[in-house]
Ligand binder design. Structure first.
Ligand SMILES: *Cc1c(COP(=O)(O)O)cnc(C)c1O
Length: 385
């Protein structure tokens, strides 16, 4: 659906994405997988993938077959890895679309092998090792190690599976404390040890990868054949700041109405806020149904052209109120930024007791995405049709 409605929108700065990609690529000097699951963390998987593909990204990763198909249907031809579960009866779809599947257990491998054999075709897979995340993968803790190595060797020998890669995922690579660093080291040791043990049986993995955002920023020894960041690419979190990366998304809205109230007036549901003086209140058309977390009610400040304006009272489903009493120059039609360049998403996440990942993923489908390159609009997308 085409719309140029300026109610509430998210600017996706493809120049910033390009800057982040190039900066990271220069840093790691290895192959690069861009994580574009969950609609590229809310930024738009097709648009982000298209740009990464133009920039020469080696691999993309998504969490499901539907996400992978969306990319293929929109002309993304570079290798795609599905990190999550895909039922074995979808193997024809995986093969037809040249999609790589993560394999997390011998049983799953057997099921994939059987389906691929029926087609007389080969399914490309990456073996997922569980080195301490305790989520998907072959468990690599000491007591399971030998059995895992034997099982992975059997999987690698399956004639209709091409075990191109092997990977693992860190639980605390983005934490700075000593215990976390030791844990990441332990995971890395287990990963290396398992690879050596499997490969001594004759198989060679072409792509060994484990570096999510924290490891790309902090663990040079974990970069191996390919890195696999998500958040860093989008320019959020403390490491992005350290590395000079730029936030890709800016969530914006406008002042839709301005009201004047006498001291003592209460604002919004629950009467959480009571004006302590005569106030000038702006109503902005963004609420929790757009992705503005309700927990930020009466706490967060949006940024206007003249400075910050505190949210007053409860955030509603479709709108919220801001205090413009000390910002007389801000009126109807003026832009406000929820996060982006002048309002820091990391501060917003902390105030909402969450992480920036959840905030960008939460920007909902009725929020228009406006794609920018060098400050010019190059595309727009509304996820409604
Ligand atoms: C989401 C995900 C990533 C990317 O994590 P970031 O913290 O965003 O860098 C990497 N690998 C796997 C397996 C993931 O699920």
């Amino acid at each position: 659906m085409y719309t140029d409605l300026k109610r509430t929108w998210a600017e996706i700065d493809l120049s910033a994405l390009e800057h982040n990609y190039k900066t990271l690529k220069k840093r790691v000097q290895t192959r690069f997988l861009g994580v574009v699951k969950a609609d590229a963390y809310g930024h738009g998987a097709v648009e982000v993938s298209r740009r990464l593909q133009e920039l020469g990204v080696d691999y993309l990763a998504v969490s499901s077959l539907d996400e992978a198909r969306e990319l293929r249907y929109n002309g993304i031809y570079c290798p795609i890895l599905i990190l999550g579960h895909t039922p074995a009866n979808q193997v024809p779809m995986l093969i037809a679309n040249n999609i790589t599947q993560a394999v997390s257990s011998e049983q799953a491998a057997r099921d994939y092998e059987q389906q691929a054999a029926r087609l007389g075709a080969t399914l490309k897979v990456h073996i997922k090792l569980d080195t301490g995340m305790s989520r998907l993968g072959f468990v690599c803790a000491d007591d399971a190690f030998d059995e895992t190595v034997a099982a992975v060797r059997r999987v690698c020998a399956m004639p209709h599976l091409d075990a191109e890669g092997v990977f693992t995922h860190f639980a605390v690579s983005d934490e700075e404390d000593e215990a976390s660093r030791e844990y990441t080291e332990l995971q890395l040791r287990r990963f290396r040890k398992a690879i050596v043990a499997v490969e001594s049986g004759g198989h060679r993995f072409r792509l060994r990868h484990c570096s999510n955002t924290g490891a790309v920023a902090r663990w040079r020894s974990a970069w191996m054949d390919m890195v696999r960041p998500g958040l860093l690419l989008y320019g959020y979190g403390p490491y992005a700041k350290e590395l000079g990366l730029k936030p890709v998304m800016r969530l914006k809205s406008v002042v839709g109405a301005v009201k004047h109230y006498a001291a003592g007036t209460t604002v919004s549901y629950g009467r959480l806020y009571e004006a302590e003086r005569d106030v000038r209140i702006g109503v902005i058309p963004i609420g929790y149904a757009d992705g503005l977390f309700r927990v930020l009610s009466n706490r967060y400040s949006v940024v206007t052209k003249d400075g910050p304006a505190p949210i007053r009272g409860r955030i509603c489903m479709d709108m919220c109120m801001i205090d413009l009493t000390d910002l007389p120059g801000v009126g109807v039609g003026d832009e406000v930024e929820l996060f982006g360049e002048r309002a820091d998403i990391d501060a917003m996440a902390e105030m909402a007791s969450t992480i920036p990942y959840e905030l960008t993923c939460a920007v909902s489908r009725r929020v228009l995405r406006v794609y920018l390159q060098d400050g010019e609009i190059v595309g727009r997308k509304l996820k409604m049709n």
